[in-house]
Design a protein around this ligand. Structure first.
Ligand SMILES: [Fe+2]
Length: 330
């Protein structure tokens, strides 16, 4: 079964024009960075160590060893939060938040009766940027991004050991403005299935089981496009007409026009079987989840009696549970 559906038209020609106007009126859109994890299993690992490690290794296998600064410039997208947790920050975005096509596809893809949209983020990828292959970080009753590292949640999801606690989220991505390159690359029939590429064409959308289906974004502007400028605190803002300006520390560092960068709006909805499922009270604690995985790793022969150090144990979990599609993202 495929874990993806496409919408040839998301909000129609006029709706897309309204979304581009909304995008221009909102802002600035900012990069976000997070420091490596400071404690516990996986100390020293970055937020999505699984995806970054696979990205670097698969590029290295192809003979490409990218400079670390370029690597980070390529993946640090710019973001604006349009809606989250029941609050609307970009009035007018409800047309996407409550999109009936997204809801219906989420019912079908999750097989669950109750679909609750929870967030709407606008993402901007500059020419030269890309997103490594990954599956989205899942959430469990008791454990989510607020109290557990993301790589651990991803391992929990792929292990299949915690399905009783998982609240599946279905994602949708809608595209406005269009751009060269920047295809969404998905593996909707599993890691061994063929990749499906969807161009980021204006007013199109895809709905995706983004926690189960590996996906990434091919380089915007074409495979040979150089890395864009990247500094902590960098932001992009519409400045009139088709024009947008990237600013860093109060200075203009680059200019772009619609059609050069990739603009998408990411929707997520939690999916429940029933109201009782939605109200589910019992959560899982981090210690219990880690102990279950250690036991499972031993059963699989991936771990001996003596525990390795906290970083090595985390790497062992990632290597055992997260199997990426073969090949690099192009
Ligand atoms: Fe994703």
């Amino acid at each position: 079964m495929s874990g993806m559906e496409t919408l040839a038209s998301c909000v129609g020609v006029d709706g897309a024009a309204r979304m581009r106007a909304l995008a221009e009126g909102f802002g600035p859109y900012r990069t976000y960075v997070s420091a490596p994890q400071q404690d516990g299993i996986g100390r020293g690992l970055v937020r999505r160590h699984d995806a970054l490690m696979n990205h670097v290794m698969s590029r290295a296998r192809e003979g490409v060893n990218e400079d670390l600064q370029d690597l980070s410039a390529r993946i640090n997208l710019l973001r604006g939060t349009y809606a989250e947790g029941g609050r609307i920050f970009a009035p007018g975005c409800e047309v996407l938040l409550d999109h009936p096509g997204f809801r219906q596809a989420a019912h079908r893809l999750s097989g669950r009766a109750i679909v609750v949209p929870t967030m709407l983020y606008a993402n901007i990828l500059l020419p030269g940027q890309e997103l490594p292959l990954h599956t989205d970080t899942p959430a469990f009753r008791g454990l989510d991004q607020t109290n557990a590292p993301e790589w651990l949640l991803v391992c929990m999801g792929h292990s299949g050991l915690f399905e009783d606690w998982r609240t599946p989220m279905i994602g949708a991505v809608s595209f406005f403005g269009g751009c060269e390159g920047g295809d969404l690359v998905c593996f909707p029939n599993g890691v061994d299935g063929p990749q499906v590429r969807t161009p980021a064409a204006d007013d199109t959308a895809i709905v995706l089981d983004s926690e189960g289906v590996f996906h990434g974004v091919a380089r915007v502007g074409g495979a040979d496009h150089p890395a864009p400028p990247s500094e902590i605190g960098m932001e992009i803002q519409h400045v009139g007409g088709d024009g947008w300006v990237v600013r860093s520390r109060g200075k203009d560092v680059a200019e772009y026009r619609w059609g050069q960068f990739r603009f998408s709006v990411q929707w997520k909805a939690k999916c429940y079987r029933s109201e009782a499922d939605r109200a589910g009270a019992d959560g899982i604690a981090r210690e219990a989840a880690e102990a279950t995985m250690v036991e499972d790793l031993r059963r699989r022969g991936a771990l001996g009696d003596a525990l390795p150090n906290e970083t090595e144990l985390a790497l062992r979990m990632i290597q055992t549970y997260v199997r990426f599609p073969a090949g690099a993202l192009h």
